[in-house]
Design a binder for this molecule. Structure first.
Ligand code: A2P
Length: 323
């Protein structure tokens, strides 16, 4: 089944999932979830800090109750927040997530960020510069994650926004290696080195912002020049026309053809449908090579700028190679 990827945990993960970050309106998200489930999505990506787990719980419990989907066919990912980075926080936050999702297990539980902030520094939803919690111990947190897996509350475990040495640290020292790494990844930012590392170590990679977050100014800011949206690049548009597909489908297909899971976010039913209809065509080697060449070599530049000042005092600093 080309629509799924086998994880080191033994579970199968659908290679297209619905991203739910920054869908701001409750009704908009509920409608998007309905559209996604109707279009055949079974993988939904959320996090404590997205503050939308209750809405996802509401929609999937309705689908489950109506018998329109089976629990074992769903793949739900959520994440431990930056302000819950102590071993004792793990069961606390996972239980809160499960209650909101109305589930007794999640399919994937990720550590959201390699760094931590003090709880009080996050009160207003933003992270203050001096809020860094420098006592974080990845391995200790991971052991608490392993206990949750053993107890059946998380079927698979992974990390997000970790760099190669942070992932390697877990692989070398943990009883259960991470099954998944979720990072920002798209044509401008293909993350070749860490993807190769993960392939060698049987860590599945999930790409967030797989469309390059059209409209976002971050990439232009960081690369120091105006970068057009991926979806408007002539190479992408030309390849799309050749396959009778949209630019977004080509961009997603390129990443999926590299063996990477994608979680595009959309709240438009037509685009939600489009983003999963990428299994009926194949990019040729020369098309893949043409798209490979669009990488901007941004490794190590993005993450530091995007996330909080003050974190350079953290033992896991620097965050280079993260994004
Ligand atoms: P919308 O929700 O209106 O569809 P990313 O996942 O890379 O962060 O990208 C998300 C952004 O891309 C959202 O603004 C979303 O807008 C837009 N988007 C999602 N799917 C498509 C698509 N198939 N074509 C064009 N834009 C899309």
């Amino acid at each position: 089944d080309v629509t799924k990827l086998r994880l080191s945990s033994g579970a199968s993960m659908p290679v297209v999932g619905l991203g739910t970050w920054q869908v701001t309106q409750d009704q908009e998200l509920e409608a998007a979830l309905d559209a996604a489930l109707a279009a055949g999505y079974r993988h939904i990506d959320t996090a404590t800090i997205y503050r939308n787990e209750h809405l996802i719980g509401k929609v999937i419990s309705r689908w489950l109750k109506e018998g329109r989907v089976k629990r074992e066919d769903l793949f739900i990912t959520t994440k431990l927040p930056v302000f819950g980075m102590r071993p004792a926080d793990v069961p606390d936050f996972l239980n809160q997530s499960l209650a909101k999702l109305q589930l007794d297990y999640v399919d994937m539980y990720l550590i959201h960020m390699p760094f931590a902030v003090k709880r009080e520094a996050y009160e207003d939803g933003r992270i203050s510069a001096d809020g860094t919690d420098t006592t974080t111990d990845h391995l200790a947190i991971w052991k608490a994650m392993e206990a949750e897996q053993k107890a059946g509350r998380a079927r698979s475990l992974g990390v997000s926004n970790f760099n190669e040495s942070q992932v390697e640290h877990l692989i070398k020292n943990a009883a259960v290696p991470p099954a998944n790494l979720q990072i920002e990844l798209h044509l401008y930012h293909q993350q070749k080195a860490i993807v190769d590392f993960c392939k060698k170590n049987n860590v599945a990679v999930t790409a967030y912002s797989p469309l390059g977050s059209p409209g976002s100014k971050w990439l232009s800011l960081i690369s120091g020049k105006e970068l057009p949206d991926l979806l408007s690049l002539p190479d992408v548009v030309e390849i799309a026309a050749r396959h009778n597909k949209t630019a977004a489908q080509v961009v997603l297909r390129h990443t999926v053809q590299r063996g990477i899971i994608v979680i595009p976010k959309s709240s438009n039913p037509g685009r939600i449908q489009q983003n999963i209809d990428i299994f009926d065509f194949t990019l040729s080697d020369s098309e893949m090579a043409k798209l490979d060449a669009l990488d901007k070599g941004l490794e190590g530049k993005l993450f530091d700028m995007k996330f909080i000042g003050g974190s350079e005092r953290h033992p896991e600093y620097p965050w280079t190679a993260l994004l």
